[in-house]
Design a protein around this ligand. Structure first.
Ligand code: SF4
Ligand code: FES
Length: 366
């Protein structure tokens, strides 16, 4: 039996026990749901990540059982470890919500609002964050900084204008490749992710920078502008690969493989593979295996993030409570608004809502 000492921490009035050394963010992830602060730069699979973006700020209203004084300032939950008896406020603290709105406004100072044409739309952490905490307008009166798009090798495009300088891609390149490939150059307003003399990134695992990028700054050139992510259907698949775990998510439209990515967990981070290691995938699996025949399909991906990509897909769907039959004394709204009998669009014997397949031309009156 393990004799590990567990510390009690209460986050938004929910108490959880965690081992010493756990950060507030990890403890909150153990509880899950809204209690968990958002994280734009922290990535549990990357050493040294976190502490850059400040989206994970929380209020520590009681330091510990021994020293119950509150912490005077809001703290970055990804970098602050828990103490026994600590009490933390996230969504129950108006100070935190106000600060988070300020952080979102700050991140959006230079970030373009080009979601309608951005490949990351629908799975962008900044997009979700700004919907949840953003303000309607910006007080920034100056021109946003812009950069030219840069090709990082044959498969990756860097659109620095969208970068929020979270450093995740730098850590990924540092930790997955034998030599340093790129980094942040310059300071302040001029800071940018670059390969200096625009040296290509040639590492076998460099495609993973696309998966860790929380925004649309690093995108897959084999997928760019081909489809909106919410029109594609994610399925889990694997193949035998000598270089990586070969366990991926295919994004399909019909039988066409539009994109291959690593599998992600509910925090948007790359999941563990069946070998227990982080499921980083190699460039060959990601960019070169775009035929369905290359893969063994396991089944639909269970998307458990609150993003638009989880809409209309698979298990866990919470439908709104239907109050109409209650108000109308049991009458079903569909019958109240039954246009089937008067519509001449489809054939009278065909109920489009009952088809278990897409409707096609033979179902309609020609
Ligand atoms: S390119 Fe993406 S992953 Fe890299 S620092 Fe910018 S936002 Fe972060
Ligand atoms: S996630 Fe904690 S500072 Fe960015």
């Amino acid at each position: 039996m393990s004799d590990e000492i567990l510390l009690k921490v209460t986050i938004d009035n929910i108490t959880v026990e965690v081992p010493a050394g756990t950060t507030i963010l990890q403890a909150a992830r153990k509880i899950g749901g809204d209690v968990t602060p958002p994280a734009m730069c922290y990535y549990s699979k990357l050493q040294g990540s976190g502490g850059k973006c400040r989206t994970c700020l929380v209020e520590v209203s009681k330091g510990s059982e021994k020293d119950p004084r509150p912490m005077p300032k809001l703290v970055a939950s990804c970098r602050t470890t828990v103490m026994d008896g600590m009490e933390v406020k996230n969504i129950t603290s108006p100070r935190v919500l106000e600060a988070r709105a300020g952080v979102v406004e700050f991140l959006l100072l230079n970030h373009p609002l080009d979601c309608p044409i951005c490949d990351q739309a629908g799975e962008c952490h900044l997009q979700d964050l700004s919907y949840e905490h953003g303000k309607q307008g910006s007080r920034y009166e100056f021109q946003k900084r812009t950069f030219k798009k840069v090709d990082l090798g044959d498969y990756i495009q860097l659109h620095m204008t969208r970068c929020i300088l979270c450093y995740r891609c730098v850590f990924t390149a540092d930790q997955l490749s034998p030599k340093r490939e790129h980094g942040v150059l310059d300071r302040g307003d001029h800071a940018q992710i670059a390969t200096f003399i625009q040296k290509n990134l040639h590492n076998e695992f460099i495609g993973n920078v696309i998966d860790v990028c929380p925004v649309g700054a690093l995108t897959d050139k084999t997928f760019r502008f081909k489809n909106r992510v919410w029109f594609t259907k994610p399925v889990n698949a694997h193949r035998h690969c000598d270089k990586c775990c070969g366990e991926v998510q295919l994004w399909l439209r019909g039988d066409e493989v539009f994109r291959v990515t690593a599998r992600k967990d509910e925090w948007g981070e790359i999941k563990e593979a069946s070998n227990g290691k982080t499921g980083w995938i190699c460039n060959e699996c990601r960019f070169e295996k775009k035929n369905l025949a290359d893969w063994i399909i396991e089944g639909p991906t269970n998307v458990n993030r609150h993003s638009v990509i989880s809409q209309n897909k698979y298990v866990g769907l919470v439908k709104p409570t239907e109050t109409f039959p209650k108000i109308m004394k049991g009458r079903n709204p569909k019958l109240l608004m039954d246009i089937h009998s008067v519509s001449e669009v489809n054939k009278p014997n065909i109920h489009l809502s009952q088809l278990e397949r897409p409707a096609h031309s033979t179902d309609f009156n020609q």
